[in-house]
Design a protein around this ligand. Structure first.
Ligand code: SF4
Ligand code: SF4
Length: 170
């Protein structure tokens, strides 16, 4: 039979004093450090060009939407979040969406729509916040999705820089 020899505890150890003192010293040191708690929403999350927020549609400088309703993003979307109905235009660019909806409750912010688009018409914005009182309110239509190109320019430049890695050097 194996007999386990246990160390005799001191009175301080029996009262958990070393642990209590270590805990108190940690609390005391943290007391004087800069707080790391973010006071959201007054202090919003920092975003940059890498931030993959909600997808938004580009409105060109001439005021027209860049989307030609080709449906590539709709096909690429793994969450089936995008619904597009295309229509003809009398402009030389042939087509534009009559209906373009993204169900934000389905969207997983994967960025596949951004990658699939051949017309640089949809980009991931830095908009992260999402709230409404109804599910229907979170199905964003074209008016809610449209953003001027300048509002997405930082992301557009970033994606161009990324894609330049695959372009052959002259
Ligand atoms: S980010 Fe992903 S899930 Fe969201 S609409 Fe685009 S492809 Fe669909
Ligand atoms: S892939 Fe681009 S151009 Fe085609 S429907 Fe989607 S947003 Fe429009």
């Amino acid at each position: 039979m194996v007999v386990v020899q246990r160390k005799e505890l001191t009175l301080a150890e029996r009262l958990y004093l070393p642990e209590v003192l270590r805990g108190l010293s940690l609390t005391f040191r943290k007391f004087f450090e800069k707080p790391i708690t973010r006071q959201y929403p007054e202090e919003p999350l920092p975003t940059d060009e890498v931030t993959r927020g909600q997808p938004r549609l580009v409105v060109k400088d001439d005021g027209n939407i860049a989307c030609v309703s080709c449906g590539m993003c709709e096909i690429a979307c793994p969450a089936y979040a995008i619904t597009i109905d295309g229509g003809e235009t009398d402009r030389t660019i042939e087509r534009e969406p009559k209906k373009f909806e993204i169900d934000m409750l389905r969207c997983i912010l994967c960025g596949f729509c951004e990658e699939a688009c051949p017309k640089d018409a949809i980009f991931m914005s830095n908009e992260l916040e999402l709230a409404d009182y109804t599910r229907a309110g979170l199905v964003y239509d074209m008016e809610k999705l449209k953003r001027p190109k300048s509002a997405l320019q930082r992301r557009i430049d970033y994606i161009y820089k990324l894609n330049n890695r695959w372009r052959s050097k002259p």
